[in-house]
Design a protein around this ligand. Sequence first.
Ligand SMILES: NC(=O)c1ccc[n+]([C@@H]2O[C@H](COP(=O)([O-])OP(=O)(O)OC[C@H]3O[C@@H](n4cnc5c(N)ncnc54)[C@H](OP(=O)(O)O)[C@@H]3O)[C@@H](O)[C@H]2O)c1
Length: 211
Amino acid sequence: MKVLVVGANGAIGHKLVELMNNSPHQALGMIRDPEQAFALQEFDAEPVIADLECDCGPAVAGCDAVVFAAGAGPHTGPDKTESVDRDGAMRLIDACEATGVRHFIMLSAMRTRTPDQAPEKLHHYLQCKQAADEHLRRSGLQWTIAAPGRLNNDAPTGHIEAAEVLEEFGEIPRVDVARALLELLSLDNSIGRRVEMIAGKTPVREALTAS
Ligand SMILES: NC(=O)c1ccc[n+]([C@@H]2O[C@H](COP(=O)([O-])OP(=O)(O)OC[C@H]3O[C@@H](n4cnc5c(N)ncnc54)[C@H](OP(=O)(O)O)[C@@H]3O)[C@@H](O)[C@H]2O)c1
């Protein structure tokens, strides 16, 4: 499959591009800065220059699947959370529908189901992510929502705990999330499904298949 990774210069997006280099998929990496292209070409991924705050139609055209691993991050204001994490994602979903992309995987967050139960400083971010998730569910696309707990940079274990709704909140290494996104591209049961994930004891593919 031809897969566009959005946020390909980010920690998870870049790792996903690297993992896809040893997979049957052909990776394209969406970046804002042409100078970031070299880091994608290292993994045989085609750079696609586009910004989520602009029209991304040309960037998704011809792709079979899109993985949204972008985000404005915690060091920008609420305006960017809205224009990138919420509106940028929604515009991208619309562009995917318009251009015939089949599968859209959204990297979301575990607490988007209940933003008000998270610490107050996260409410706005989680509400924006929740709105983007809802837009995806209501779209005509085949959708998958990956909802990890708090991300960390620990060494990957290749093992996670996954379920539609996990009973406890927890952390997960970014590289294990990238591995899960790769698996979700090809697992039969990933369509029309939101899956929460944290670090655990079950191999990633097995955890996602069983959950
Ligand atoms: N922190 C957590 O605990 C947590 C938990 C669950 C989910 N998440 C979600 O997971 C996402 C990915 O995590 P990460 O650590 O890989 O993030 P990251 O390293 O900050 O990567 C985010 C990427 O998004 C790109 N981006 C930002 N604005 C953009 C725009 N307007 N157009 C196109 N690309 C844009 C950035 O591009 P540049 O490189 O050009 O800046 C960056 O490469 C986060 O954004 C967050 O929404 C986070």
